[in-house]
Design a protein around this ligand. Structure first.
Ligand code: AMP
Ligand code: MG
Length: 415
């Protein structure tokens, strides 16, 4: 059974945007929420719009240490002498009236007495214990933070779907919000497939290799919005694939497996997915990145990634990561791409969009430049380890010359 959207011809190469659009069309995001305390909210996805319960700032206050005065007391171009009648501290406002010809000592964050509207910075006045002299060039209505200038009560504080960052938590705290509704965490299972794979910590027999994809996926999936389950290594055996994937799908929102999606005799993932669920099978027009099987097993979304580790990294970053953002209730972020000079020529034949592992550097003048790093094969992990960005070459590109401008996608969200 295939999914009921237009399935592209398997021979046709599909670009990333088309693949992502198809994923977003055929899957729904989480629709259950829970309440979390502010201290546990980092990285969670807001499930309902939050309105500002307070004006921010809540009171008119001083932006500087100085003296609060009334602008009406100042005659333009003349120095002004004012009587000092008290102090307004942060947390301890001045009580009493500030009459014409008077001022108060004030500190940053302290509430302005209601009669005052301006603050003179302490460095620009001559002050004694009883009086303050403002210079002739004093400016009025300065150094004052107005009520609600950051956010007005009732305005949108956070949108539904916002992934909470540190600044958001600060903003929520400033507004006195102690807890808030977020989508429940996306439950994701991940597995490797392959008879040759051995977990680290065991000796290798001839023909065996260590399973690297599962450890890499576990790292990629470390995210407060996800709850992950390691489904282990599944042998290249249809029965074992079926017996692992089917019960797992009943517990999970998403399964990501690697390997076994090509055309070899030991590649059973597509057949099992078709048997127990529904499948899109794509040849993505990207490199590295081989065939990718996407589908559903009951309500569980399934991603069958290639086996080669560098292709796993690229397909995760380019396809799975934005898809998981969509599924967990947030908007997939468009990758940031920067244009810069490439310090070396790169060979490429037209056909697929290529993600070349690169090292983004700043030269002595501060100008950004990029160099390809290491070998390019999809089994080459050392290049991925050294890289801090992708040099993104368009499908129709036939390579670049030294010092050509290229698009660079810095790695984000990756340790
Ligand atoms: P496959 O798509 O299963 O044919 O795998 C393609 C290549 O990736 C083969 O060389 C596999 O040995 C290798 N491979 C598959 N899974 C893993 C894994 N979990 N860790 C390291 N290499 C893998
Ligand atoms: Mg395999």
């Amino acid at each position: 059974m295939t999914l009921d959207t237009c399935t592209p011809d398997a021979k046709q190469l599909l670009d990333i945007n088309a693949a992502l659009a198809s994923i977003c069309q055929t899957t729904a995001c989480i629709n259950t929420s829970e309440t979390v305390k502010l201290s546990e909210a980092l990285g969670r996805i807001v499930s309902a719009e939050i309105l500002a319960p307070l004006d921010l700032p809540i009171a008119r206050n001083s932006a500087m240490d100085g003296y609060a005065f009334r602008s009406a007391d100042v005659i333009a171009g003349e120095p002004t002498t004012l009587k000092l009648v008290g102090t307004s501290w942060a947390g301890q406002p001045f009580v009493g009236a500030v009459n014409a010809g008077e001022c108060v000592r004030i500190f940053t964050g302290a509430v302005l007495p209601p009669e005052t509207d301006s603050v003179a910075i302490q460095e620009e006045v001559a002050a004694s214990a009883q009086q303050v002299q403002l210079p002739a060039q004093i400016e009025v209505h300065k150094n004052v933070r107005e009520i609600g200038e950051d956010l007005r009560q009732g305005q949108r504080l956070l949108s539904q779907g916002k992934c909470l960052n540190a600044a958001d938590l600060g903003l929520l705290a400033a507004s006195g919000i102690q807890q808030l509704p977020v989508y429940r965490r996306l439950h994701i299972g991940f597995s490797s497939t392959g008879d040759e794979l051995i977990p680290v910590g065991q000796p290798l027999a001839p023909g065996q290799i260590y399973d690297s994809n599962r450890y890499m996926l576990q790292a990629l999936l470390q995210n407060p919005a996800y709850q992950v389950t390691d489904l282990g290594i599944i042998p290249d055996n249809p029965e074992q694939l079926r017996n692992t994937l089917l019960p797992a799908a009943q517990q999970l929102d998403v399964i990501i497996s690697t390997g076994g999606v090509s055309v070899g005799a030991a590649d059973h993932v597509k057949d099992i997915l078709t048997e127990i669920g529904s499948m899109h099978f794509w040849k993505l027009a990207i490199k590295p990145g081989k065939p990718l099987a996407f589908g559903k097993i009951q309500d569980c979304v399934f991603f069958g990634l290639p086996g080669n580790p560098a292709a796993v990294l690229t397909t995760y970053q380019q396809i799975v990561s934005p898809a998981l953002q969509h599924l967990s209730g947030s908007q997939p972020a468009k990758p940031l791409r920067l244009a810069m000079r490439c310090t070396q020529a790169i060979k490429k034949s037209p056909g697929r969009q290529e993600f070349i592992r690169g090292l983004l550097l700043q030269d002595a003048e501060g100008e950004l430049q990029v160099a390809p790093i290491g070998m390019r094969g999809s089994h080459i992990m050392s290049s991925s380890s050294l890289a801090n960005c992708y040099i993104v070459l368009a499908a129709d590109s036939s390579g670049v010359q030294q010092n050509d401008m290229v698009w660079v996608e810095p790695f984000s969200n990756r340790l």
